[in-house]
Write a protein that binds this ligand. Sequence first.
Ligand code: NDP
Length: 285
Amino acid sequence: MSGALIDGKAAAAALRADVAEAALTLPRKPGLAVVLVGDDAASQVYVGSKEKAAGKANINGQVHRMPGSSTQAEVLAQVKALAEDDAVDGILVQLPLPGHLDADEVIATIPPEKDVDGLTEASAGALVLGREGLTPCTPQGSMRLIRQVMPDLSGKHAVVVGRSILVGKPLALMLLAANATVTMAHSRTKDLGAVCREADILCVAVGRPEMVTADMVKPGAIVIDVGINRVAEKKLVGDVAFEGAKEVAGHITPVPGGVGPMTIACLLANTVAASARRQGVPVPE
Ligand code: NDP
């Protein structure tokens, strides 16, 4: 039997429509500032789509383009100016930064209440402590897709393969907060197949094309494939061997069209939430 597809494109479109409506209910239009240093082609594309998506969601999106030769002091000064700008509710520094810059120091300059990428120590700390805060967009998007097919995760066994700061670690914390029993697997895990086969919810964020195969999937499991790997000029594949895995899984995200589209939608949702808190009104549902 073939598993049902989790349509990230449709879920992202629905979330973006909700966010656009919520933005209109705020006293002031939410503002999202993106800092882009240098002319990396992929980053230019990502930033362009974030700016466009913000506009469509009734968010004032502004991109601050800085030359690749910018100094650490110049980038810090730009982020500090945005931190002090009352009309800016969310600050995102497009990564990676050019090699001569210290990304950690730049990120640390973002005030936690404007950290719409959820990457500061304060945001990570809030997630660990179970306090209110802004959570990273890709794991948040993954959680939204899981909840769409399984609203109550209590007692379910979730396995997260990958322990990066950006995806695996925060996703495991979010699953734990949702009362799942969580196992984190990584490159040193022994018998990864056996660990994965235990999962009612299998989340894979590794960056290795089609590494998780059908025999590693428990029949009926929810499979969330975060990976985006370019394997040929125009072909993208996930970290899960989709064709085989979909025959075993209960629900599965495709690549592209799964977790990917949710990331920008969650960035917009974070911006509206940050704006509502900064304007002293309830965060729209
Ligand atoms: P990282 O490279 O930062 O982390 C990869 C993780 O996978 C590490 O924890 C590593 O373990 C683990 N790993 C590597 N090889 C193996 C293996 N053979 N077995 C088990 N675990 C392994 O990647 P990211 O988390 O940043 O990204 C993961 C994937 O998600 C990438 O394909 C990326 O493109 C994609 N991505 C997609 C996004 C989206 O919007 N959909 C956003 C961000 C990322 P260890 O810690 O032991 O080295």
